[in-house]
Design a protein around this ligand. Structure first.
Ligand SMILES: Cc1cc2nc3c(=O)[nH]c(=O)nc-3n(C[C@H](O)[C@H](O)[C@H](O)COP(=O)(O)O)c2cc1C
Length: 338
């Protein structure tokens, strides 16, 4: 359990914010499987102020997702503070400033990890939001811009002085993007002097490993990103390899339907957005490659579901044969597995 300002977070492993992944449908599923709180995808403060409905829609959520942190990015002080004020009535529990996005389009314009090169501005943004909002303000950083500029100590001090309530740390520099290995020793170093809760992040591939990081480096919570795509079970101590195909199938259908509902359109746009999730759900399940690529190429919901259910039938038949041939399997095994 950890407190972010006056917000209580029960649990210590959470889905990391990911553009195109951590939307409301997936946040609901991961929360149900044990992710400790919800972090939205990052949203542009410029677009919020322009009233871009698509951007503002990214903050839609359901109560089950609480506590929920709205993540924003921007490079202009006034824009960031005004946008945060604009979204506060949508009732987030926390507002988080992205200081870690490494994509050039974002960081080379001074937003995201670009703020690591202008810490006084980042500090003013946090202070400005804190003074204008009644919800706690947090930030998500990287260790620095590059190896020669590892300024995480300064970042943490400035953010703390500016009134931040917690800091998430991805243990890489901006120039590493996603290469190399996350440096957990530096995350541990931050935890050793920080006065606010520290959420560690980078390369965690299981619930067990998250708990190990907490034990070893003392962080208050661990964020899991890539390894949680197509794998909400990671938040429930369950290894995906032990999850039956029938349960994976149930979650796939639930997730797809939730996306179709969340992104209503005439051309099954929710299905197109679901593809990347589907590819990850199928990883490690032995799902036939050619069938997967057929399913990933179709834009027709009917075709997608038909192909999936055909595969389910072949699975069912296989299982039935196994049941008939193998005396040690009983009806219960059959019911659980299929
Ligand atoms: C597809 C994708 C989208 C991401 N989008 C965001 C984002 O919107 N905001 C953010 O703070 N980090 C974002 N990240 C970074 C992750 O939150 C996380 O810091 C990073 O992936 C390292 O954690 P991992 O090794 O567990 O994946 C994104 C990462 C990926 C792979």
């Amino acid at each position: 359990m950890v407190w972010v300002g006056n917000v209580e977070i029960k649990g210590d492993v959470t889905l990391s914010p990911m553009a195109g992944i951590s939307d409301s449908p997936y946040r609901r599923i991961t929360r149900r499987y044990g992710s400790a709180f919800s972090y939205t995808e990052f949203v542009s403060t410029e677009q919020i102020l322009l009233g871009n409905q698509k951007s503002i829609d990214m903050f839609r959520f359901q109560e089950i997702e609480r506590p929920i942190s709205f993540q924003i990015f921007g490079s202009d002080l006034n824009t960031v503070v005004e946008a945060a004020k604009r979204i506060e009535p949508l009732r987030p529990d926390i507002i988080d400033l992205n200081m870690g996005c490494s994509v050039s389009k974002v960081s080379h314009h001074g937003s995201g990890a670009g703020l690591l090169r202008n810490l006084p501005l980042a500090g003013k943004m946090i202070e400005g939001m804190r003074k204008s909002l009644s919800v706690p303000v947090t930030a998500k950083i990287r260790l620095g811009w590059d190896e020669e500029n590892l300024n995480y100590r300064e970042s943490v001090h400035i953010l703390q002085e500016s009134g931040v309530s917690a800091i998430s740390v991805h243990g890489r520099t901006k120039s590493m993007a996603y290469t190399g290995k996350a440096d957990w020793e530096s995350i541990g170093d931050i935890k050793s002097f920080a006065k606010v809760p520290i959420f560690g992040n980078g390369d965690v591939s299981s619930f067990y490993e998250a708990k190990e990081k907490i034990r070893k480096y003392g962080v208050d919570l661990v964020l899991i990103g890539r390894k949680a795509i197509g794998n909400p079970w990671i938040f429930s101590e369950q290894d995906k390899s032990s999850v039956s195909f029938s349960e994976i199938r149930k979650v796939v259908i639930e997730h797809l339907l939730a996306m179709l509902d969340f992104y209503p359109s005439e051309d099954d746009y929710g299905l197109v957005l679901f593809r990347k999730h589907f590819a990850k759900y199928m990883e490690g399940t032995g799902f036939p490659k050619d069938l997967k690529s057929q399913m990933l190429q179709t834009s027709s919901l009917n075709t997608f579901l038909q192909l999936f259910s055909n595969y389910e039938e072949t699975q069912t038949n296989t299982k039935l044969e196994t049941v008939e041939l193998n005396d040690s399997l009983n009806c219960e095994t059959y019911l659980v597995d299929v």
